[in-house]
Write a protein that binds this ligand. Structure first.
Ligand code: NDP
Length: 438
């Protein structure tokens, strides 16, 4: 901790993983002898750079860019870019650290990395976003490559930003290297299902958790936080499986819609128009209601809730929210976002016997489908929606199975936190050992 002062989210993420590892280290003292813990929480490389760009008024703006190349024992660094004013080095390090174990859990050949900037795309024109992305890539390109480091999207980085970033990479390197970024558009190297993958994957994972209790989404009332990429497609899949999502949110407030969120309208408002969620209520009419300044968890008192899917940002679901969800009868909570549930809230949920799917397992469908996009790029192929979704479904089933059997093996049946942390750690640690002291 002393070596990384002020990086609170990074400390939280490390504590969360290391908190599960006692039993592994007891059984495998060679990890301790090889200082794997000390090594795994030190990034292989951290790049911090200036991102200057000119706004529409002709003023020079300066942002800070980051790429943390955390661990490449299993494959090229892989992880998204986040553009949000709250981004600090500690944010990127927590996300990069999580990414090592998440990517390991997928069973695919991808290492862990993450990046981003404190740039805020909100309220910026398309031209400003393009100039920012071009400037970001003008520095970042030298650290990337399909065999080196392959970024994707995250908060504030969707198909538009990936397009501008890819365009600049192509222009500088004079190579159409499709595999250097994932989340690309379908006509220029992207994969079907990548847009939907994280949200769909989180719902598949939850479905498998529910099955262990003989339950399903059918008829379940569900709360989903956020209304971005992950949230939108989680809502869509819950509805396909017969559940009803009665609440969603953005950073301005929450929407309560007892008849079920209308995904087409939500996409139109948030994805197409980049508007605030209040506008959804204005156009939805009926019983939908906007609660300004609220989080979606504040809606837990409005009726029973069987499933909660935090899909917005870190530490958004706190202890009081967890208690409200337990009182509302929640059976399962699965993290679509990275580290959205505070440690205190996780304790409340686990003590109440709620099924809890940690992000590194539940939201791994996004990065797994990015790896499928890399496979398609490498073979100059593009797969059908059905085939790709089938692969995603199989990967989520195998991640669930890996977490469940590892938890059993280490004496913590049903504990997906222990199962995910140990299974993710062991695969990455074994690769690090095999590669020697590097
Ligand atoms: P988007 O930018 O598409 O959406 C983010 C959503 O969360 C928006 O509704 C946003 O509201 C809300 N939000 C963001 N920050 C805050 C905040 N500080 N307080 C309240 N609400 C906030 O991002 P994604 O959907 O891609 O990412 C959501 C989460 O999922 C992140 O934790 C990300 O790391 C994780 N994730 C994403 C993957 C992906 O494939 N995209 C893969 C795996 C994990 P507003 O519109 O008001 O900003």
């Amino acid at each position: 901790l002393a070596r990384n002062p002020g990086e609170f989210e990074f400390h939280q993420a490390v504590r969360e993983v290391f908190g599960s590892l006692d039993r592994v280290l007891e059984r495998n003292p060679h990890y301790v002898q090889a200082s794997i813990l000390e090594r795994i929480c030190e990034p292989e490389r951290q790049i911090i750079f200036r991102v200057p760009w000119v706004d529409d008024a002709g003023r020079v703006q300066i942002n800070r860019g980051f790429r943390v190349q955390f661990n490449s024992a299993l494959g090229p660094y892989k992880g998204g870019l986040r553009f949000h004013p709250s981004v600090l080095l500690g944010t990127v390090k927590f996300l990069g650290f999580e990414q090592i174990f998440k990517n390991s859990l997928t069973g695919m050949p991808i290492g862990g990395g993450k990046g981003g900037s404190d740039f805020d795309p909100k309220g910026k024109s398309d031209a400003e976003v393009m100039r920012f992305c071009q400037s970001f890539m003008t520095e970042a390109y030298r650290h990337l490559g399909e065999y080196t480091d392959v970024p994707a999207g995250d908060i504030g980085v969707g198909a538009r930003e990936i397009g501008y970033l890819f365009g600049q990479y192509k222009r500088i390197t004079n190579q159409y290297e499709s595999g250097v970024l994932t989340g690309k558009g379908l006509t220029w190297g992207g994969s079907l299902v990548r847009t939907e993958a994280t949200g769909y994957g989180a719902v598949y994972f939850t479905q498998h958790m529910l099955e262990t209790r003989g339950r399903s989404f059918d008829g379940a009332r569900v709360l989903v936080s956020g209304s971005g990429n992950v949230a939108t497609y989680a809502i869509e899949k819950v509805h396909e499986l017969g559940g009803v999502v009665v609440g969603a949110s953005d950073s301005s407030g929450a929407v309560y819609d007892p008849d079920g969120i209308d995904v087409a309208l939500l996409r139109e408002v948030k994805e197409v128009r980049r508007d605030r969620i209040e506008q959804y209520v204005a156009e939805r009419g009926g019983r939908a209601e906007f609660v300004g300044g609220a989080t979606v968890w504040d809606l837990a008192g409005r009726g029973p809730v069987q499933v909660a899917l935090p899909c917005a940002t870190q530490n958004e679901l706190g202890e009081a929210h967890a208690r409200a969800l337990v009182a509302a009868g929640v059976i399962a909570v699965a993290e679509g976002a990275n580290m959205p549930t505070t440690p205190e809230a996780i304790t409340v949920l686990r003590e109440a016997g709620v099924l809890f799917g940690p992000g590194k397992a539940a939201n791994a469908g996004g990065v797994a489908t990015s790896a499928l996009e890399m496979q398609q790029n490498a073979s100059r192929d593009s797969w059908s929606f059905e085939h790709t979704e089938q692969r995603l479904a199989e990967i989520m089933a195998s991640i669930h199975e890996r977490c469940a059997t590892t938890a059993d093996e280490y004496g913590a049946p049903g504990d997906y936190v222990v199962g995910a942390n140990i299974a993710g750690f062991v695969r990455a640690a074994d690769a690090m050992l095999a590669l020697g002291v590097i």
